[in-house]
Design a protein around this ligand. Structure first.
Ligand code: PMV
Length: 320
């Protein structure tokens, strides 16, 4: 039996950083994200009696380092008595580099694993399964602009805006394709124990969520820009004040931020956000995309540019 799924990564505008339950991998805060249609992960699962263990191939190369998390995810969806699987993953963007590859990978894996078991599609269940492995992956189960809420001992996802209601563009300036120095899971765990700003970060998330939700409802770009940059810089302040400090940015990241601030001064509707990595994501309106690309491409240290509009929920197919 074989199943395939394709899913898009998402970037949070109102971020998740820290867990309220490490065993269940439940996030400490609600979050809000954009699903990125231009970036994708394709995941194929082949179940076989011939295999003696799971095998993972990412972009044509055998991958040992992510295998245990992938096997853990399959156990969760399919049960521990499952057959072993060959998992073939293909990604059209750098992985483990702060571009949310875990969100597209684990959402695709959950969708493919459920498809291979012939399970009925259940977005909330799939989101909690994906979220169990990677907090951000839960949000990739829906397209457009998505909210993730903490509800007692689980999470719920909701689409706030579909891909056509408020089309937004994301210009991604890649400043370093290498694997990040510390995983987000490890780093957020350190933050929760050592940053003096961590409790303030948790306490102030609700007002940011309310503001962003309202901005999406009103399609108010300036309001969304202000709260998103504020929330992003707060998360990075928690990272910077972690012991030992977690600094994902490089010089080009900072130069891109300044360039975006200059563009804002000249009236361009654009704002930045960064995650656990040095890449800059500039959110803008589709009609402004070309000017943003041109400006960011000029900056020293920007290796390449990717662009994306909002993307849809994952898709899947099966084959005997
Ligand atoms: O899903 P994880 O465990 O890789 O954590 C991702 C955390 C951030 O990308 C930094 C923020 C977010 O909300 O996606």
């Amino acid at each position: 039996m074989q199943a395939m799924a394709q899913s898009h990564p998402n970037i949070a505008l109102i971020k998740y950083w820290g867990k309220r339950d490490t065993a269940k991998n439940l996030p400490a805060v609600d979050s809000l994200s954009l699903t990125l249609g231009g970036l994708w992960t394709k995941m194929r699962i082949d179940l076989s009696n011939q295999l003696e263990c799971d095998e993972l191939i990412i972009n044509g190369v055998n991958n040992e380092s992510n295998l245990s998390r992938v096997s853990q995810c399959l156990d969760l969806v399919m049960g521990k008595n499952r057959k072993f699987a060959k998992i073939i993953s293909e990604c059209n963007f750098p992985i483990s580099a702060g571009l949310a590859s875990s969100s597209s990978s684990f959402s695709a894996l959950v969708v493919a694993a459920n498809a291979v078991m012939n399970k009925k599609s259940d977005t909330q269940l799939f989101a909690s399964q994906a979220g169990n492995i990677s907090g951000s992956a839960a949000r990739s189960l829906l397209g457009g602009i998505v909210e993730l809420k903490n509800i007692s001992n689980t999470i719920k996802i909701k689409q706030l805006s579909n891909v056509t209601r408020w089309p937004l563009s994301v210009v991604i300036a890649i400043t370093d394709k290498n694997k990040k120095s510390i995983s987000s899971s490890k780093a957020m765990n350190l933050s929760s124990h050592s940053s003096p700003f961590y409790s303030a970060w948790i306490e102030n998330q609700s007002p940011d969520m309310n503001e962003a939700r309202l901005a999406v409802k009103e399609k108010d770009f300036a309001k969304l820009a202000a709260v998103s940059e504020h929330n992003c810089l707060k998360m990075h302040s928690v990272m910077w004040t972690t012991k030992p400090s977690v600094v994902y940015w490089n010089a080009a990241t900072l130069n891109c931020m300044h360039a975006i601030r200059d563009l804002q001064q000249s009236g361009e509707p654009v704002f930045f956000t960064m995650d656990a990595g040095p890449q800059i994501k500039a959110v803008c309106l589709p009609e402004n995309e070309t000017r943003i690309i041109k400006r960011l491409a000029e900056i020293d240290g920007v290796e390449s540019i990717m662009t994306s509009s909002l993307g849809e929920a994952p898709t899947s197919s099966t084959q005997l």
